[in-house]
Ligand binder design. Structure first.
Ligand code: AMP
Length: 396
């Protein structure tokens, strides 16, 4: 893959249209988690430092193609000014005369924020006319929204074909981390796939079997694999209708030489609730009224041994019902081992997906991972081996 970065383009005096993801949670007009805003600061800062003029393009919520004041980006201006330590002007549309004038009159050191791109129904249709209207506001297009790159929209795909384009700092960091982990990784490579269901992660499992040396399957989806092996899982979450698919995956993995690691022991309770009475049993001993809620200590030992033998780790999904103590034990222990190996330089570790980030944050391991992707859908599609339209459009 080859794409330009901000370092490859002369930004001096140029209007740089930056596609960002500032879809932050807002309660009663206040931003409750500004992480996404913090993550675009390096791009805005570097454009300003190079005497470029940043003009921010972004979506906010799902207005369905209609102007909805509650989803106006205007409410983010104070938070953005704080984060950038710069004046942020606002244009009430992302195309049109008013926005063009505001872009034209933007002074060095100022940032311009354009109104929610999804107030236009054409945005999500990747409409070329809307993209052309946006492109009139800038000299350069910079995409810094990896988390929106799995969608071909006017502001993520069509526009990249109309202006000289590059990746912003966050996009660059995501792409470098992800390519390093799956395109040309140091081997052995281990993937951890956990979470609730096989059905939502089928394509992901199929792609990984071809690419990784070890595939650790955990969480509710491991139960479906146990069923495929003829093991009783009692009242556990399992998709019995998917058992043939799971069996096919096991057979295919055998052929490609990918070693699948399933739980050898399990933590079983009768109720799906925190601190429910529980016991550790061999994986094939789940009672009829039992529910498997976590992997047991032998499984954790096996998983951490696989980590110790690996050079690259990709992780999506928890190993158990991590929101309920103590059924977060396997997820926490494995995550802390991955963090320690990363800290000592033995492992490159990349993790992503909504629940995964929450689980790794809760374990205290997240900050030691090599890279944590905050992109949910885009990270999963990348793990599935799909081409992301917003990234493909940057390639040249
Ligand atoms: P996902 O969104 O597919 O990554 O799934 C995450 C969800 O799977 C979390 O809410 C976990 O509580 C749930 N989960 C993981 N393991 C189990 C399990 N053994 N039984 C029930 N739910 C589980």
């Amino acid at each position: 893959m080859s794409w330009k970065t901000l370092d490859d383009i002369d930004l001096n005096g140029k209007r740089v249209l930056v596609r960002v993801d500032i879809n932050v949670p807002v309660v009663d007009g206040a931003v409750t988690d500004a992480t996404r805003i913090q993550r675009i600061v390096p791009t805005v800062r570097d454009i300003l430092a190079a005497d470029g003029k940043p003009i921010l393009l972004a979506h906010f919520g799902r207005p369905g193609g209609e102007r909805r004041e509650s989803l106006s980006l205007k409410q983010l201006v104070p938070t953005l000014e704080n984060a950038f330590n710069a004046q942020v002007l606002f244009a009430a549309d992302c195309v049109g005369v008013e926005a063009e004038l505001a872009a034209e009159e933007l002074q060095p050191g100022q940032v311009l924020l354009l109104e929610n791109t999804r107030f236009h129904a054409a945005e999500t249709k990747n409409d070329p006319d809307l993209a052309a209207g946006m492109a009139r506001l800038g000299d350069i297009y910079c995409n810094d929204a990896f988390s929106a790159a799995h969608r071909a929209h006017s502001s993520t795909e069509a526009i990249a074909r109309l202006l000289p384009s590059c990746a912003g700092r966050l996009m660059q960091a995501e792409l470098e981390a992800l390519e390093g982990a799956l395109s040309a990784p140091k081997r052995p490579v281990t993937a951890v796939v956990g979470g609730a269901k096989v059905s939502t992660k089928l394509e992901l499992l199929g792609n990984l079997i071809d690419k990784v040396d070890y595939l650790v399957i955990g969480g509710g989806m491991a139960n479906t694999f146990l069923v495929a092996k003829g093991i009783n899982v009692g009242n556990s979450l399992a998709e019995t209708a998917m058992k043939d698919t799971a069996a096919d995956i096991l057979t295919k993995a055998d052929k490609t030489g990918c070693k699948i690691v399933l739980p050898s022991d399990i933590v079983v309770a009768e109720k799906f609730e925190a601190n429910a009475p529980h016991q550790v049993l061999p994986a094939d001993q789940c009672p009829d009224n039992g529910m498997i809620l976590d992997a047991g200590p032998d499984s954790v030992a096996e998983i951490t041994e696989v980590f110790a033998q690996s050079q690259t780790l990709i992780w999506n999904g928890p190993l158990g019902a991590f929101e309920l103590e103590p059924f977060d034990t396997a997820t926490n222990a494995a995550a802390l081992k991955a963090a320690a190996l990363t800290r000592s330089g033995q492992l490159v570790s990349v993790a992503g997906g909504g629940d995964t980030v929450a689980a790794l944050n809760a374990s205290g391991a997240a900050h030691d991972f090599s890279y944590i992707s905050t992109a949910g859908g885009a990270f999963l599609e990348w793990m599935e081996g799909k081409t992301l339209p917003g990234v493909a459009a940057l390639e040249h």
